[in-house]
Design a protein around this ligand. Structure first.
Ligand SMILES: CC(C)(COP(=O)(O)OP(=O)(O)OC[C@H]1O[C@@H](n2cnc3c(N)ncnc32)[C@H](O)[C@@H]1OP(=O)(O)O)[C@@H](O)C(=O)NCCC(=O)NCCS
Length: 185
């Protein structure tokens, strides 16, 4: 569906495997500071990470989603994940990184590698992303890779770490750039 592995200057983006579960759990998914603004709860055990990987694999098989683990090229340390959900003409991107590598520019580097791949798919006309209204670090990543602020969706999403109330989310998006038009049959 999408290429894998992908190499960037400092990162290797590759398809997740079930054997990544313990690295995912230990390196980021068990950290409540990482999951604070995510739509999934902090993993309590490696089996949560295994379950997540199985669900992801099913979604990939249905061509609804595609994800890459983010691995440091030098150290081979699995430091996060980036993924896109596809819903007809719209792709939604999301990412998460281990706390140890926040502020390194990895999120921007990984996202910038994925965005052009989306435009190679003629059916994708628009790329979107959401982040919590207080998550300015993530908003900054989206701006750095070219997404534009669309608006605020009030009481839009439940984020498990923040309780049952729906949270205000910032919506970012970009339509297929003109130079990237793909000829359709
Ligand atoms: C969001 C996340 C991916 C950002 O990763 P990162 O590696 O820190 O991102 P980058 O280093 O590429 O860029 C962060 C940018 O935000 C800026 N920033 C950092 N803290 C900030 C803050 N409190 N307010 C505003 N901007 C901030 C940085 O200066 C940097 O911008 P710059 O390059 O212009 O200086 C990472 O913090 C993370 O994985 N968090 C946990 C999971 C998560 O929340 N995922 C996103 C859900 S929407």
């Amino acid at each position: 569906m999408f290429p894998s592995p992908i190499e960037t200057e400092r990162l290797l983006l590759r398809r997740p495997m079930l054997s990544d579960a313990s690295d995912i759990y230990n390196n980021y998914a068990s950290n409540p500071r990482v999951t604070r603004y995510l739509c999934w709860p902090t993993h309590r055990s490696v089996s949560d990470s295994e379950r997540f990987l199985r669900q992801l694999s099913d979604a990939v098989a249905r061509e609804e989603q595609f994800s890459w683990t983010i691995v440091e090229r030098d150290s081979r340390w699995l430091c996060g994940m980036i993924g896109v959900s596809i819903n007809s003409a719209r792709a939604t991107i999301g990412y998460c990184l281990a706390e140890e590598v926040w502020g390194t520019g990895y999120a921007s580097e990984a996202t910038a590698a994925i965005v052009p791949l989306l435009w190679q798919r003629p059916e994708i006309k628009r790329l979107e992303a959401n982040c919590h209204s207080k998550h300015l670090r993530s908003a900054r990543v989206l701006e750095k890779v070219g997404l534009r602020y669309i608006g605020i969706d009030r009481e839009h999403s439940v984020l498990p770490a923040l309780g049952p109330a729906r949270q205000d989310m910032l919506r970012y998006g970009i339509t297929r750039p003109k130079g990237m038009l793909v000829k359709e049959d």
